[in-house]
Structures are given as C-alpha cells and as structure tokens.
Design a protein around this ligand. Structure first.
Ligand SMILES: Cc1cc2nc3c(=O)[nH]c(=O)nc-3n(C[C@H](O)[C@H](O)[C@H](O)COP(=O)(O)O)c2cc1C
Length: 277
C-alpha cells in the first residue's frame, strides 16, 4: 500500500530521502571577510567542457547567499568523511563577519582563480563565479555559476575510479530531522554496473517504432549496432508488413536478417569492428 505524505516545510530534507554531496562553500563579503558553511542542494550540470556549471540552492538570508550576491565568487570544497564534525561546526549560526573555519581543523589556502580561499583538507574543490541569481518568492535563492576551475589533490587526478572513490571517502548526506539531527553515511559496499552499450548507443533512442515489436524481437534489435539500427528497424517493419504481419516477431526479424546476409557471425564481426574503431 502506498500513502501520500504531507508536504511540510523542509520536506526536501526531512521526508524526501535524497543522498547528497556534502560541501563547504567559502565566500567573501564586500569587506573581504571570509565565510564558510555547508551546502548540499548542489548540482553540477552542462556536460560540455566549454561551459561547466554549478547550481546551488540557498536560504536567502544566509551569509553565503548574501556574499555571492555582493561579490559573485565562491568555492565549493568537498571534505572527506574524516571531517564531518568540522563540517557541522561551520553550519552553526555565527554572527556576520565571523570566519567559521577558524573554529575547525580546516586550513585555508589561496584559490587559483577566485578570491575566496579553498580548504586544504578537501580533496575535491570547484572554484565558481555566479552567472545568474534567481530569487524565488518566499523561498530559496538559486545561484547558477560558471566553474572557473576544478582542483584536486594531485594524486587523485590520474587514479582509477574505484581507488579514487575509496581514497576521497566523501560522506553521503542523508538529510536532517527538525534542523537538529543530520544523518550521513560513509562508503561501504561499492558496486559497478556495466551499461554494455557502445559510445554511440544514444543514437538508438532516436528510433521511432512504426509497429509493435515482441519483447524478444526488441531485445534482438538492441544487439544491432546503433549505426545501422534505424535502417534495420525500418526495413524489418516494411518486410513484416509485406508478409501481412501486425507485429514484428523475433522469427520475422531473424528471417529478414538472414535474407540480408546479417548472420550472427556477421553481426559479431561488425560489433568487434565498431569497438576497435
Ligand atoms: C550537511 C548540511 C547541508 C546543508 N545544505 C544546505 C543547503 O543546501 N542550502 C541551505 O540553504 N542551507 C544548507 N544548510 C544549512 C546552512 O549550512 C546553515 O544555515 C548555515 O548556518 C548557513 O551559514 P551562512 O549563513 O554562513 O551561509 C546545510 C547544513 C548542513 C549541516
């Protein structure tokens, strides 16, 4: 049985479970005073290297949001799970102008492209500059920022993914209850799933089926290289229609493929060639 939950203030953290990246954002006010606080409503986007961006959701009254409105630059520092207590210390409501980092084990280091400092103990850092600021009425302030630099502990950059995941040991934020109790998790079991698709496989999603395909016919179609899958789809449907079929069956697809000389051996060769290309 499912039941609708009441949407209460802070629903996105209290009821809606959403494993989050834990970050500490460092910023500066107009007078050059440093501020640090944890932020987790953060998302990286824009896949292309030309415009890497970061989007962050802030309480509009927070010092960090006010600083970003005033001075635009900020740094997203990702601490390892060893520093969760220090990260929580930076969440306390210190008066304006107080540098929370001075009450932690964190060390400030100069950033490469922006004025606010970075945190030495954080293995993964993004230096950002606000590009667009949206103030939602009676709600959050959303900052869309350009990433000026992604900075890592040197040894991490060339490290294999699984080793890097373990070495960084980033905590996973699991939300809070009543703004008092914050839940975090650390890495346990890591699983890896292979998608088993070639780099051009996304082309397959552009195909529009003109007929219903049986499940096994569709699975067989998915094994055909994306480069020729559209052509095979259209031609198989034409072939099936000419035979008076209402649906494309696996048997009909095999018959069509065999007539075209697309034997399993031929298809395997084709796929190998594609992988080595
Ligand atoms: C793990 C964690 C994640 C948080 N994420 C956010 C967030 O994404 N947005 C937000 O407005 N506040 C968030 N907060 C609350 C702010 O860190 C908190 O209000 C802080 O005092 C703001 O400091 P500032 O006024 O110096 O910016 C988070 C707190 C914690 C502990």
């Amino acid at each position: 049985m499912k039941k609708e939950a009441k949407i209460r203030p802070f629903w996105y953290s209290d009821i809606w479970l959403f494993p989050k990246l834990i970050t500490i954002i460092t910023s500066m006010d107009k007078r050059g005073r440093i501020n640090a606080a944890p932020y987790s409503h953060i998302m990286q986007y824009d896949v292309m290297a030309k415009n890497p961006r970061m989007i962050v959701g802030f309480r509009q009254g927070s010092h960090t949001f006010q600083n970003i409105c005033d001075t635009k630059e900020f740094v997203v520092n990702c601490p390892s799970a060893d520093y969760l207590d220090d990260m929580m210390e930076t969440a306390r409501f210190y008066p304006e102008g107080i540098n929370e980092l001075e009450h932690t084990r964190f060390t400030m280091i100069p950033s490469l492209h922006v004025k606010p400092p970075s945190i030495k103990e954080c293995p993964q850092i993004a230096e950002c500059e606000a590009e667009e600021i949206v103030r939602l009425e009676k709600s959050s302030g959303i900052v869309i920022a350009k990433i000026k630099a992604l900075v890592f502990d040197e040894e991490l950059i060339e490290m294999g993914r699984e080793e890097r995941i373990r070495k960084m040991n980033l905590p996973i934020g699991l939300g809070d209850e009543d703004r008092q109790d914050y839940f975090h998790s650390t890495l346990g079991h890591i699983s890896m799933h292979k998608l088993g698709e070639s780099p051009d496989a996304f082309k397959g999603s552009e195909i529009r089926l003109g007929m219903t395909w049986d499940a096994d016919a569709l699975q067989a179609l998915m094994t055909i290289p994306p480069m020729v899958r559209t052509m095979v789809t259209t031609q198989t449907e034409e072939y099936a229609r000419a035979k008076g079929d209402e649906k494309v069956s696996h048997a009909r697809l095999n018959q069509f493929a065999a007539e075209q000389g697309m034997t399993p051996e031929f298809m395997e060769r084709f796929q190998k060639k594609q992988k080595s290309a």
